[in-house]
Design a protein around this ligand. Structure first.
Ligand SMILES: Nc1ncnc2c1ncn2[C@@H]1O[C@H](COP(=O)(O)OP(=O)(O)OP(=O)(O)O)[C@@H](O)[C@H]1O
Ligand SMILES: [Mg+2]
Length: 575
């Protein structure tokens, strides 16, 4: 019921159109009742009494009624389709807006394909409910009620007899409806599974080919495809049983009418024309009942989809701004961690009591073995996740007291894996600051040592890059990411192994770009190669989520601890 209400809520802005549409649907439907009605007059008046004038009136009446019906039909189709499309657009936009608001953790827990299928398949399923189902439900209900009313007018006892079959049919529909809802839900889930497998393998086609896993993937796809088939057939089974059951019940009803109605005509309590008209109405009655029962299935399917859509809309972002959140003013760049404890999953500490003081403009290096929690520290500064306990301050302001936008606006991140969007190189750099001028973009690109290789490309800045920047080398991609960060001009900069994927030669070029970028900003540099952090103001050595050592390169060497052994291994290897 709640789902219905929410769908209706989406229709609210279009209520006046909806009213006109419903009027059109009702009039178009009622036109169908006209023919059986005149049938009565044809039999009792024209045929029995040879009344020519009545025949002419009836003929003109039919032409006029069907002409009007055409106009109403146009109105109903156009308006309903308009409303449904608007509602779909509104829901889809709401959903997308909401997805943008959800925190990283939401995406990490779900498959990309599943999330995509909410916006594509589920929203489309809603469309079916809104256009065809709504029109037909109103239309068939109008025919149903209109026929019933006329039947009672003609012979109420005969009508009551007809009605006895109705609760039986209704009960059958209810039972089937429940089953259908369940099978439809499973069906939608299976479709989402297929989309998800597709998305995974298409986006990782390189990995599949590298490991020669084509056959394995085909098998995996087959399994999903099969279970989709089973879910579809289960649904079909329920649908296929529903129609004959309802039809059979309706046929019994018709038999009763013919028998009892016949008795009434023989006894002179009903005219022949009236019985014929009554019968046609009764058949008219069976039709909408039958169609409504089939519609029931469509609506259940759409409601299952709607529930999933609304479930996403109801998911609260895990990272919430306080109601009292303020804009973080332009910062100097001082960062401090106070007893920060953090876990991704309950009872698995990723960071254990981290305390840090970083002065504005300093360069901090974070080193340590894989899985120590280096990237995690980087993730907490822009508040991608909330802490279990402790606090993080920027310029002495608790980051949970400010709006997410104003916080993240002032932090730049050059991640290890550069993600570029489908589009031109220029647009990808502009992403750092959508209001930047062409001169600013080029200046940032020059600072990132990227201008030359871009100009060497045939189309320069207008060169198109594929979804993942497929046509660029790793180093070129990273330099574009750096240019993007320079353009953003953040006070705090986070470089998460920004050069780890590069060979020594490209690393040097990128490093020069990074050194320029870090000047005058507070920088967090996460690095496996210690050579890149020798001149950091402070090096933090992290192990299993704890700071085990802290100091400058020289100080740490003297400690003879983890850092010194890491550095021995690395510099021996390098030299
Ligand atoms: N999104 C996540 N969900 C759950 N656990 C995570 C997530 N990201 C990291 N972890 C876990 O938290 C711990 C710290 O991970 P983190 O990515 O911070 O390590 P790291 O020091 O950056 O390692 P690396 O040098 O390999 O990048 C690891 O045990 C990791 O498995
Ligand atoms: Mg990492």
């Amino acid at each position: 019921m709640n789902t219905y209400k929410r769908l209706l809520y989406y229709m609210k802005p279009y209520i006046s159109r909806l009213c006109v549409a419903i009027v059109c649907i009702i009039f178009a439907a009622l036109a169908n009742l006209y023919v059986p009605w005149v049938l009565k007059d044809v039999i009792d008046g024209v045929l029995a009494q040879k009344n020519m004038r009545m025949l002419n009136t009836i003929a003109i009446g039919i032409v006029v009624v069907f002409f009007l019906r055409g106009i109403f039909y146009y109105g109903q189709t156009y308006l309903m389709s308009y409303i449904a499309q608007r509602v779909i657009i509104d829901i889809r936009e709401d959903l997308y807006r909401h997805l943008q608001k959800l925190s990283l953790a939401y995406y990490e827990k779900r498959k990309t394909g599943t999330i995509m299928s909410y916006i594509t398949n589920d929203v489309s399923a809603l469309q079916v409910a809104l256009v065809s189902s709504m029109v037909e439900i109103v239309q068939e209900s109008a025919i149903l009620l209109g026929s019933l009313g006329t039947m009672f007018f003609l012979h109420w006892k005969l009508s009551l007899l007809t009605l006895i079959t109705m609760p039986v049919i209704a009960q059958a529909m209810k039972v089937f409806g429940k089953k259908l809802k369940k099978t439809s839900f499973v069906m939608q889930e299976r479709i989402a599974d297929i989309t998800s497998v597709l998305q995974e393998t298409i986006s990782s086609v390189r990995v599949v080919k590298t490991f020669v896993r084509e056959d394995y993937e085909i098998e995996r796809f087959k399994v999903q495809n099969q279970s989709n088939f089973r879910a579809q057939m289960k649904n079909t089974q329920v649908m296929a049983t529903l129609t004959p059951v309802v039809e059979f019940l309706a046929a019994i009803g018709v038999t009763c009418i013919i028998w009892y109605g016949g008795v009434e005509v023989v006894n002179g309590r009903l005219s022949a024309g009236e019985l014929v008209a009554f019968l046609v109405y009764a058949v008219n009655l069976a039709n909408p009942v039958k169609r409504l029962s089939r519609l029931f299935g469509d609506v259940q399917k759409a409601l299952a989809a709607a529930e999933r859509v609304f479930e996403v809309l109801d998911t609260e972002p895990e990272i919430k701004e306080k109601a009292s959140a303020i804009q973080l003013p332009t910062i100097d760049g001082k960062v401090s961690f106070k007893n920060v404890i953090f876990e991704y999953k309950p009872n698995e500490l990723a960071l254990n009591n981290i305390s840090l003081e970083v002065k504005a403009g300093q360069m901090i290096a974070i080193v340590g073995p894989s899985g120590a929690g280096k990237s995690t520290i980087a993730n907490l500064i822009p508040r991608f996740y909330d802490l279990k306990s402790g606090k993080i301050f920027i310029d002495d302001v608790d980051i949970t007291d400010v709006t997410l936008d104003s916080l993240r606006q002032q932090i730049g991140i050059v991640p290890q894996e550069t993600v570029l969007f489908n589009g031109s190189i220029y647009d990808n750099i502009l992403y750092g600051d959508l209001n930047a001028s062409k001169e600013q973009v080029i200046a940032a690109t020059k600072a990132a040592n990227a201008h030359e290789f871009i100009m060497a490309m045939p189309e320069g800045y207008d060169s198109q890059i594929g979804e993942r920047g497929a046509s660029l080398s790793g180093g070129q991609r990273q330099r574009i990411a750096i240019a993007r960060a320079i353009l953003k001009n953040p006070r705090i900069l986070i470089l998460d192994e920004a050069t780890s994927a590069l060979d020594t030669e490209s690393e040097k070029i990128v490093q020069v770009a990074l050194d320029k970028l870090m000047v005058g900003r507070t920088s967090f540099v996460i690095a496996h190669r210690l050579s890149t952090v020798l001149n950091a103001d402070c090096i933090i050595v992290l192990e299993k989520g704890k700071i085990v050592e802290q100091g400058t390169h020289k100080e740490l060497l003297q400690l003879n601890g983890l850092y010194s052994s890491l550095s021995k291994i690395q510099f021996n290897n390098h030299d």
